[in-house]
Structure formats: C-alpha cells, structure tokens
Design a protein around this ligand. Structure first.
Ligand code: AMP
Ligand code: GLY
Length: 423
C-alpha cells in the first residue's frame, strides 16, 4: 500500500515510525513532515492547507491510503475532498469533525444521548453568560466554542475570573472561535485521555494515557499542548474502560450516525474520572500529541491494518494488542514556550534509539545540514519500562544526552503514577 501521512509534529513522527513497520506498506510519503519523519518516509513539500494540491499529489502518485494527523485539515474538509475523488482516508468528514471543532455541538450530542458531562449553557452574548455565571457561582469553566489551539478554556476558581474570561472571549481574544461561549460546570477528579478507532458504526477501544498540560513542575504555570505523557493511565481500569465505551463512546457513535454524520477516524475522549465515574470533558477527532508517542511504543498490532479498517468499515473484525509495559514521553520545548521563543537554535546531539528508547521529532528542521529547533515543542524523548517509574528513569537518562542549549523540559512527568507505584 502507498500511504500519504499529513502532518509534521511528534504525533506524526510516532505514526510514521509505526506505519513504516507494517508489512503491508510499500511506500510512505509525508507532507510536510519533519527531519525525524524523514527517516521513515519520503517528505513531500506541499502546502497541506491547499486541498487541491494534496489531491493532485495523491492522483499523480497513485496513493492508496491517506492518514490525516492534525485536526485543522479535518475541520477544513480535507478528508471530504479526497473521499469525493475516490480515495480511502483515515480521518472524519468536516461535519463529523465538529465533535472537536465546536464544543457546543458536542455538548448538544451529550444532552440528546444522555452522555455524562458537566452541565452547560451556550451563549452568543456576554450579559446572559455573566448572569448564568453569577447564578451558578464558582468554580466554573468558560470555553470559547471553536478551535483555539487548546488555549480557549478558563477554569475559574472565582466568579470575577469567570466574568473576565467571558469578556475576553467576546472581545476577540480567540478570534472567531470565541464568537460563541460555553459555560460549563466544574468537574472534580482525575483526568485521562482515552482513544478509540471508529469506522462509522463500530468503535474499537485502543488505550489510555495521561497528559501533563501545564508547563511547570508540579502541574503549575500556563497550559500547553502537553509537556509529557504516559500510558496506560492507571485510573482507566478495565471497568472504567467498559463504562466509558458503553456510557460515552457508543452513544456518541450512534448519535453521529443518527444525525447523518457518521464518525470514522480516531475519537480521543478527554475524560474526568469523578466519584460518579467517567465524564466527558471534550472530544478530539485526531490522535493526541504527545499521547500518540506513548501509544505507538506500546502497540503490538499493525497500525496500517487498524487505520485502514477504520477507514473501510471493517473494524468489527479487528483487535488491537498492546505491550503490558508502561511507556512515558518527556517533551523538550524551546525556552519561553508556551510564550514567545527563539527559533533555529541548534540541537547538536541526540541519544541513539534502542529497543526501549526513541526520540520523536516535533518542531525540528534541517538548516544547512544542522538540526535546529523551529517550534515550541521540539523533541519527545520516549521510553518503555516495566513500571512508569522505570520508563521515567530511562526517558530522563536519554534526555540527559540531548545537546540543545535552548531546550527545557519538566522534570516530573509521570509523578502521579510513580507516587501510586510507591504507595
Ligand atoms: P479542554 O481544552 O476542553 O480539554 O480543556 C483544557 C483543560 O481544562 C482540560 O484538560 C481540563 O484540565 C480543564 N477543564 C476543561 N473542562 C473542565 C471542567 N468542566 N471541569 C474541570 N476542568 C476542566
Ligand atoms: N495532548 C493533548 C492533545 O493532543 O490535545
């Protein structure tokens, strides 16, 4: 099979690495990719926002299967454009991608299909939103409706903070994404990321992970795209996975089919495990970053076969097998991230990969033969171990071999799981 992978982050490097191991793969292309992905795939310099350019490439190169990594092209309808031209694509239609593209859309599905999630109201003007907040009190959560690169959410511990968040949304802090605001009840518990493949009708549970969204040790400082992750998430016991499938994922799949927008691709549920059980915080319609890096380390099954089954409606015949060990990844980011940072700083040494360690590239590039950091999140140092603690020790030992002066990382990825293992 000739495969084109769309994307250029650590998630796509992990997907490329795993796709490249498939016996069914004859050729892997990636657009635009990065130097790490370039070790697994032939990089193609097309603008992936230009759907006609992507389509022309697929036609000219007789591509059999396209895997779309990030959400933006999905929300923009890349999967629709390619499918209409007869291609097989992993990733939802633009209509089904609304599960990530509009928080209000997802909340309405939850209400209609009795899916556990925080009570909410949607608003298109500040005053009614503020009146609702005053009535509900704090803590309370304010969300810009649309895609805001993970930055459109304020978990307000005080009413004043919530009122300010409403003003900043309607004042345009998140552009068009903030034209509608969702005000949601605060959920108390432990968070987990849970992934399933869907083929429009069936859902196949993959695995769970825990992400560290805050930039600083001890989960302090501003939110980021994710500073590290580990898998599996201990809070996702077999019973919790079964409840999540029955109470959250399966009704969502039914709801999407009933509404005429069957969902195919990967459904990534951000969950809060509360005293009542699993509750949905949000959906994403693509793999998590950096969660995918740890998932791919643990996946024993052939990724290409699984993704192709999701795209062709044959998931009911599939099973996914996982290594029992834990995987953990530490993100190295450019100093200043998630604020402003210097670009093109040199990375002069990386550790060798071995059976249990792998460095995935995110925001890197080659400039005159020198590897440089071009993004906020730049490297994902990933390791396996019998316990999360062992994986953590191996990952940080590998990270110590990275020579990159402008890089930083958290030093405590996996702390909750390590504390549990010691208890
Ligand atoms: P989201 O972009 O919706 O994933 O929200 C970003 C982060 O805000 C989540 O990972 C949670 O840590 C937090 N969050 C979102 N919604 C809630 C909620 N209803 N209750 C508590 N925390 C929340
Ligand atoms: N790590 C969270 C995300 O991919 O959205």
């Amino acid at each position: 099979m000739k495969v084109l992978l769309i994307g250029s982050g650590g998630r796509e490097h992990a997907l490329a690495w795993k796709l490249a191991q498939s016996p069914r793969l004859t050729k892997l292309y990636a657009a635009p990719g990065n130097p790490g992905i370039g070790e697994e795939a032939e990089l193609v310099a097309i603008n992936t926002e230009d759907q006609q350019a992507v389509l022309a490439f697929c036609q000219a190169n007789a591509i059999d299967f396209i895997v779309v990594g990030p959400e933006a092209p999905l929300v923009a309808g890349l999967a629709d454009t390619l499918r209409e031209a007869g291609f097989t694509v992993f990733g939802p239609s633009a209509a089904a991608a609304q599960l990530e593209g509009s928080k209000g859309f997802t909340k309405d599905i939850c209400a209609k299909y009795s899916i556990s999630t925080g009570a909410y109201q949607r608003f298109t003007a500040a005053e009614p939103a503020k009146a609702y907040i005053r009535e509900q009190g704090a803590p309370i959560v304010i969300k810009a409706d649309g895609l805001a690169a993970g930055k459109g959410v304020t978990v307000a511990m005080m009413v004043d903070e919530a009122l300010d968040a409403v003003d900043s949304c309607f004042d345009g802090a998140f552009g068009a994404a903030g034209a509608e605001v969702v005000v949601e009840a605060y959920l108390d518990g432990e968070e987990a990321s849970f992934f399933c493949l869907c083929d429009g009708t069936h859902a196949l549970a993959l695995a769970s992970a825990q992400d560290h969204k805050r930039v600083g040790d001890g989960d302090t400082g501003p939110n980021t795209g994710g500073m590290g992750a580990y898998s599996p998430a201990p809070v996702m016991t077999p019973d919790m996975v079964e409840r999540t499938m029955k109470e959250i994922i399966e009704p969502t799949i039914r709801g999407m089919t009933d509404s005429g927008h069957p969902f195919s691709g990967v459904l990534f549920a951000g969950l809060m495990i509360t005293k009542k059980g699993p509750e949905l915080i949000e959906y994403n319609v693509r793999f998590g970053d950096p969660e995918t890096q740890v998932l791919m380390m643990r996946l024993k099954s052939d990724l290409l076969t699984l993704l192709h089954a999701a795209a062709t409606g044959t998931l009911d015949q599939m099973d996914a097998e996982w290594r029992d060990e834990a995987a953990l990844t530490v993100v190295m980011a450019s100093r200043g991230y998630p604020g402003t940072y210097e670009k093109n700083t040199p990375i002069t040494a990386l550790p060798e990969a071995d059976a249990n360690t792998k460095v995935f590239h995110a925001g890197t590039a080659l400039k005159d033969g020198q590897l440089v950091a071009t993004g906020g999140r730049v490297l994902n140092v990933t390791a396996m171990g019998d316990t999360v603690g062992a994986a953590k020790a191996t990952a940080y030992a590998a990270l110590a071999k990275v020579k990159w002066e402008n890089g930083f990382s958290r030093s405590d990825i996996g702390w909750q799981a390590v504390a549990r293992e010691k208890a």
